[in-house]
Design a binder for this molecule. Structure first.
Ligand code: HPA
Ligand code: ZN
Length: 318
């Protein structure tokens, strides 16, 4: 059976495992407000996106040097390989680090030096810098300008963090510059925010893929548009359960999305926080939603179609 082997929605900082948080805290002499590993783990219970983001950003305090970012990225690549991933497009929240005084070059050098060795682990990869939606659009634009000046090897840009406090139009200048610079563009939308956020991502930011997008299912006209235009949606089932986008995995709309002809893919989002990497997401949705070989094959094909790769690599992955 062909299993999905492309991961298109994973935040590198969301692969920071509790053990690595403690190890990096020691290496960098960062004081953490946790007594031990059990105490840290006890905080991994979320009521919504923001309650997760608070812990996610706080834990980034241990990431300080290029070596830390390199080690984080390598650990993800090895774990992804073990999950059967052959191509990964990873998100990096550069502003979450520059905002703490870590130079963008340090962050990007650490990540890209590790990604450059993906082939040694049997994968191809690309880097997508995700702008933080709770910060001003001008900050996103300044960050992109800095990364372009550094000649950072980027595949694309994205948009994440809370959907509830800003409008997509704030980020249009950064997305316009990204597209003019030949970068791919994606955005989180329709996770905690309404279907209109998906429409805005398409019409204002001109995204090529929508990250999450599950709430698009509330708007039949939008579903028809996404299906007609074959806009991929990078769905993250275990994330949606842990952040209460759905009540239980059995309530997840993944099967309905497939049935509606949407180009959906399965991804892990922040696997260190949400209980599983790509393999675990696939195992649990297949079991709970009773997905058979046909549906898994479609998910695999969708991932290959949605990946930002050249024709030769697409043919290899397919
Ligand atoms: N949504 C928005 N922002 C994020 C997420 C998410 O699921 N994970 C990391 N940053
Ligand atoms: Zn995400």
């Amino acid at each position: 059976m062909q299993m999905p082997a492309v991961e298109l929605h994973v935040h590198l900082e969301g692969t920071l495992e509790p053990e690595m948080i403690l190890a990096l805290a020691e290496r960098n002499r960062v004081e953490l407000p946790y007594a031990d590993l059990d105490d840290l783990r006890s905080r991994y219970s979320f009521v919504d996106l923001q309650s997760f983001l608070d812990l996610y950003y706080a834990n980034m305090a241990v990431l300080r040097t290029a070596e830390d970012f390199h080690d984080l990225t390598t650990a993800y690549l090895l774990r992804a390989r073990d999950a059967g991933v052959r191509h990964a497009e990873v998100f990096l929240d550069v502003q979450a680090h520059t905002g703490r005084g870590i130079p963008a070059a340090e962050v990007v050098d650490g990540v890209t030096s590790a990604l450059a060795r993906s082939g040694e682990h049997g994968l191809t990869s690309g880097l997508i810098v995700t702008f933080l939606r709770h910060l001003p659009g001008a900050d996103a634009l300044a960050t992109l300008r800095e990364l372009l000046a550094l000649d950072a090897p980027l595949l694309g840009v994205g948009l994440c963090s809370t959907e509830l406090t800003s409008h997509a139009s704030e980020f249009a200048p950064a997305f316009d510059l990204a597209r003019a610079s030949g970068l791919h563009v994606v955005a989180h939308a329709g996770e905690e925010g309404p279907p209109q956020n998906v429409v805005d991502a398409l019409d204002i930011l001109h995204v090529e893929r929508v990250d999450h997008g599950v709430r698009a299912m509330e708007d039949p006209a939008l579903v028809a548009r996404l299906a007609r235009d074959r806009v991929p949606l990078t769905v993250c089932p275990l994330s949606n359960v842990r952040l209460r986008v759905v009540d239980t995995l059995a309530d997840h709309p993944l099967r309905a999305m497939l049935d509606a002809g949407l180009v959906v893919t399965v991804n892990s989002d922040d696997p260190a926080y949400f209980g599983g990497y790509l393999d675990e997401n696939l195992r649990q949705v297949a079991q709970t939603l009773d997905l058979g070989p046909d549906e898994l094959h479609t998910l695999a094909r969708n991932g290959v179609e949605a990946a930002f790769v050249d024709d030769a690599r697409r043919a290899e992955l397919g």
